[in-house]
Write a protein that binds this ligand. Structure first.
Ligand SMILES: C[S@@+](CC[C@H](N)C(=O)[O-])C[C@H]1O[C@@H](n2cnc3c(N)ncnc32)[C@H](O)[C@@H]1O
Length: 304
């Protein structure tokens, strides 16, 4: 059950809608549904405690600690450094039914809960993304930050049959992994991956316009989930090309953790003028201790 409330914008007093997290929230991701049930007894997975008192405890998982220790490398090359991203693709190909998109999503979540913590949007925030895509009924979608292709799997499942998604990924090794998983899920004809960045001196922008039909007012939906420092500048690049139209929707992950405060302030300042934003309270992926925020913003048109 979702509840709705409004909060005052810190900058201009305009209400910004706020959605509370759904209860439960594993989206059927686990083999063991018992992991969704609050319990006071520690619950073990592969020899480590992952849940106490109904809260999933990432800090007690070695794969989460290993990720924290690799944070500087992760922010530079966007892989943890222990091969977990490649192993995810192997795991999916071995364990998920070929051509079954639901099963591939389930198996990725299973790997992230039971084997290695990963920086996918995850099942709880993924459900928010799903709903935003369904509401928008987009024809053309853009994702910034593919990683191993998990959020793109979810968007393909939620978007209309004839819609096309283009996902942009900075690290070519991640692109190889995502493409393997998408091929296995049977969605390769619905999603294209460009290795690059929107800010790479127009190479990627030119490709989007010349080869993927990006044009004035053509872009219906954007998912921003890459380098938190360029959320605003990349949104401004998109606006500058005129790709959005009134009614286009932009969803952004990790606005609270690791945090994109400039992006949040940017949208708060424009609330009710060029943007209308709803804030969804949620948790950081694959645990229920650290909070996160997903922003869903409708472009209203007009000046930036
Ligand atoms: C948090 S992960 C994305 C997770 C993915 N959206 C999912 O939910 O499955 C961030 C990804 O953005 C990529 N990235 C970082 N900076 C980027 C940029 N400027 N443009 C495109 N991708 C970028 C990283 O290589 C990394 O794979």
């Amino acid at each position: 059950m979702r509840t709705f409330a409004t909060e005052k914008s810190a900058t201009n007093g305009t209400p910004t809608e706020r959605h509370e997290p759904r209860s439960g929230g594993t989206d059927g991701a686990l083999d063991s549904p018992a992991l969704d049930q609050p319990t006071s007894a520690p619950r073990h997975q592969f020899g480590v405690i992952v849940e106490i008192g109904g809260r999933r405890m990432p800090f007690m998982r070695w794969s989460f600690i290993r990720l924290l220790l690799s944070m500087r490398r992760l922010m530079r090359v966007w892989q943890v450094g222990d091969g977990r991203e490649e192993r995810l693709a192997d795991y999916v190909l071995q364990n998920a039914r070929q051509g079954d998109l639901d099963d591939v999503i389930r198996v990725v979540d299973e790997y992230c809960y039971q084997r290695s913590f990963m920086i996918n949007v995850g099942d709880e925030k993924g459900a928010i993304l799903d709903e935003a895509v369904r509401r928008a009924r987009p024809s053309q979608l853009l994702e910034l930050g593919t990683y191993c292709g998990y959020s793109a799997l979810r968007m393909c499942r939620a978007m209309p049959d004839r819609a096309q998604l283009v996902s942009i990924e900075f690290n070519p090794a991640n692109a190889v992994i995502a493409r393997r998983i998408w091929e296995h899920a049977g969605i390769s004809d619905r999603v294209a991956l460009l290795v690059g960045t929107l800010g790479d001196g127009s190479r990627t922008i030119v490709t989007l316009e010349a080869e993927h039909g990006f044009a004035a007012g053509s872009l219906d939906f954007v998912f921003i989930d890459h380098d938190k420092n360029v959320y605003v500048s990349d949104l401004e690049l998109i606006l500058g090309r005129g790709w959005l139209h009134p009614g286009s929707v932009v969803v952004a992950d990790n606005v609270k953790f690791p945090g994109a405060p400039e992006y949040r302030a940017y949208l708060e300042k424009r609330q009710g003028r060029s943007w209308r934003t709803v804030e969804h309270d949620a948790h950081l992926e694959y645990q229920s201790l650290l909070k996160d925020l997903v922003l869903e913003s409708e472009y209203l048109g007009g000046p930036a």
